[in-house]
Design a protein around this ligand. Structure first.
Ligand SMILES: [Zn+2]
Length: 189
């Protein structure tokens, strides 16, 4: 039962990702640092994080980062990056034509190194949750939809997984699995 509810959320994200795949620059994986350095970077990630948002979206994105850290997933999701930019494009006009909820872009640049940009579309997220709640009220969704706060966290984890696994063709499947794990982790506390 739970799977079906998550599947609906998953499908909207899956559709989002398929409809507007982030531009991908195929590159060999970054060289792996020695194990000792790896451990160190997991403990204190070097990624430089910037969050761009307004009075409503900025706290939501900061909270999502904190939650992923508390779930101890942050290091594994960001240690390969040198820069992470998280932003929100609020309002109906910003919503992409296919109404996807968020997307990510990974690239390597001279100035930013290994760069990941995650973009949220909060209006589309709210609409998607409203739809899920409607289905849930009609018993067409067996499990309660996430809250908006949980949705920010789960979607950030999803998009970070894409930045991490950009070369893998299984990325969407893995991102959806990570998302489910995050929701489960949030609810288990
Ligand atoms: Zn995706």
């Amino acid at each position: 039962m739970k799977r079906a509810a998550l599947l609906l959320a998953a499908l909207s994200l899956a559709a989002a990702c398929e409809a507007a795949p982030p531009p991908v620059i195929e590159l060999p994986p970054p060289p792996q640092p020695p194990a000792a350095l790896n451990r160190k970077s997991a403990a204190s990630p070097r990624v430089r994080v910037t969050i761009a948002g307004g009075p409503l979206t900025h706290p939501a994105m900061s909270a999502a980062v904190s939650e992923i850290k508390q779930l101890r997933l942050w290091g594994g999701m960001t240690e390969h990056l040198t820069r992470l930019h998280i932003r929100a494009r609020p309002g109906e006009r910003a919503v992409p034509q296919d109404r996807h909820l968020a997307d990510s872009l990974y690239r390597t640049t001279r100035t930013d190194g290994r760069y990941c940009r995650v973009t949220f579309y909060p209006r589309a997220m709210r609409d998607d949750l409203a739809k899920q709640r409607h289905y849930y009220s009609q018993d067409r969704l067996p499990a309660e939809p996430p809250t908006m706060d949980e949705f920010w966290v789960a979607i950030l984890a999803h998009e970070l997984t894409h930045c991490r696994d950009r070369i893998s063709s299984r990325s969407e499947k893995v991102a959806l699995r990570v998302e489910r794990r995050v929701l489960k982790g949030l609810r288990a506390r």
